[in-house]
Ligand binder design. Structure first.
Ligand SMILES: Cc1ncc(COP(=O)(O)O)c(C=O)c1O
Length: 310
């Protein structure tokens, strides 16, 4: 939209709204000290936050998995997002990226959190990221890395926490091998996900994605695709995917709130060989991408009341 030029990147730290670069948190904040926080990201379409309540549900699930009680209600956080959007000069219908963290709060320099700490929140509001257009016209390159995904039993990837070191190590290794992103395996050699997206394959003509038990985030885009698949004739096999199956894959794509459906054109296998996929995505990938766009349009039409700016 042409209106994006007026947008000012803003942050909201516990109710204090400032330009992004001026925002400050305490050095005693447990999110900063220990990654003791949970977060979410959504983007808006024509001003409507996509899958708004699903993101809050997932944040509540992440908080539950780390025994964090969020002090701020969903309504309070949404209201703070609206105030931040107004300060950022967002105009009706303009698309934005919203990221919000809830940390276990600030307290003593101690791993053990005090039971009564109120949680802190940070909202970051900026323009929707613009991915390299080649990632859509041709596709991304993924590399299977030596870095393994955190085991579910240690720090479950299903917790969307503020600690992304595992993912940073994965993507950094992938870039060193000439890829754009990583495809991490779990300690048993099964496929998990990329650094910040879920991954899908077509194997034996079926659409397949690693399940949560393999060690992936419960992606909200992935969930929408599973629903669409069931309705539209490409049922999704949500199951463990062994790394040995990758050579049989004929298509591959990744999904996330900001990437939507992004094709993968090459995959560097664990032994260094590159496995190729159709540039721009194969037939299933293109069908899924179109179905997802239609689904987003329907959601936007049905959820006008969620608009962040009236
Ligand atoms: C590790 C990881 N996996 C998957 C995803 C995709 O999730 P969603 O579709 O909800 O954006 C993300 C997105 O943030 C992520 O960080």
């Amino acid at each position: 939209m042409s209106t994006t030029s007026t947008l000012r990147r803003m942050a909201n730290v516990n109710g204090e709204i400032t330009p992004l670069e001026d925002a400050r948190i305490s050095i005693l904040d447990r999110g900063f000290l220990y990654g003791d926080s949970v977060y979410e990201v959504f983007r808006t379409y024509e001003g409507v936050p996509l899958f708004c309540h699903e993101h809050f549900d997932r944040m509540e699930n992440s908080a539950k998995l780390i025994a964090m009680k969020i002090s701020q209600s969903r309504e309070e956080l949404l209201e703070e997002m609206r105030r931040t959007a107004a300060a950022a000069n967002v105009v009706a219908g303009q698309d934005i990226y919203v990221r919000w963290h809830v940390t276990r709060g600030s307290g003593a320099l101690d791993l053990i959190p005090a039971a009564d700490l109120p949680t802190s929140f940070v909202i970051i509001l900026k323009e929707v990221p613009k991915w390299n257009p080649e990632f859509y016209s041709r596709g991304m390159r993924l590399a299977v890395t030596e870095v393994r995904r955190n085991p579910v039993e240690a720090l479950s990837p299903d917790i969307k926490s503020g600690n992304y070191l595992n993912n940073i190590l994965g993507v950094s290794e992938a870039i060193r091998t000439g890829a754009d992103d990583c495809l991490m395996l779990n300690p048993s050699g099964q496929v998990t996900e990329a650094s910040n997206s879920n991954v899908f394959f077509v194997i034996g003509g079926r659409l397949v994605t690693p399940n949560v038990e393999s060690g992936v985030l419960r992606g909200i885009t992935k969930r929408a695709i599973a629903q669409l698949g069931a309705e539209q004739g490409f049922p999704l096999d949500d199951r463990p995917v062994d790394a040995n199956e990758l050579e049989q894959a004929t298509e591959c794509f990744v999904t996330s709130a900001t990437r939507e459906v992004m094709p993968v054109v090459s995959l560097r296998l664990g032994d260094g060989r590159w496995h190729e996929f159709p540039p721009g995505g194969g037939e299933v990938t293109r069908r899924v991408a179109h179905a997802y766009k239609r689904h987003v349009n329907r959601y936007v039409a049905d959820h006008q009341s969620l608009r962040l700016i009236a």
